[in-house]
Design a protein around this ligand. Structure first.
Ligand SMILES: [Zn+2]
Length: 179
């Protein structure tokens, strides 16, 4: 097996497998939702097996480093005993931010599969494209919009609930404004 085929042995031309693993990332995103966190989930796969899972825990853990991808990368690195995740595919429900895209490139992950894009904060093609920037010594192959509808609905459900709870809070704090 050549080095290249070794790197890409995981799902490259298998949309069904991509959907299967994105479903697992969505399960992780739902864990974040249960904690009241923005619902973003991630899994890291090698040889068609999930080695690490992660979900957004930024508020719960009081750290800006608590994003789904960072949590999953930490777990995968611990499992493999290596910071390099060179033959893995990372699945994430939302387009990565600048921090996570940077960590993905640093970890030399060759392939990233994204659920839905994030036009206001994404750094895999929306605001900029860190994952496919060939100025770095590593760049990724990216597949976008896998189970896009499900991933986007999860986000809009979260923000809808957030807006409703903020509205209720405002009403509770300012009852004179809402007789
Ligand atoms: Zn992030």
């Amino acid at each position: 097996m050549t080095e290249t085929s070794n790197i890409y042995r995981n799902n490259k031309n298998n949309p069904e497998l991509d959907e299967k693993f994105m479903k697992e990332a969505i399960k992780q995103a739902k864990k974040a939702l249960e904690l009241g966190e923005t619902p973003i989930g991630c899994v890291i796969v090698r040889d068609n097996k999930i080695y690490a899972r992660g979900y957004n825990r930024r508020n719960t853990d009081h750290t800006t480093l608590g994003h789904a991808e960072i949590n999953a990368i930490k777990k995968a690195s611990a499992k493999f005993g290596d910071w390099r995740l060179e033959d893995c595919t990372l699945y994430v429900t939302l387009e990565p931010c600048q921090m996570c895209a940077g960590a993905i490139v640093q970890a030399r992950i060759p392939r990233v599969v994204i659920g839905t894009m994030s036009p206001k904060s994404g750094c895999a093609g929306s605001l900029m494209n860190i994952l496919e920037c060939h100025l770095f010594n590593h760049s990724c192959e990216v597949r976008r919009n896998v189970l896009q509808k499900e991933c986007a609905e999860l986000m809009s459900l979260f923000f809808k609930n957030l807006r409703m709870s903020l509205k209720h809070q405002n009403q509770a704090h300012n009852p004179q404004l809402h007789p």
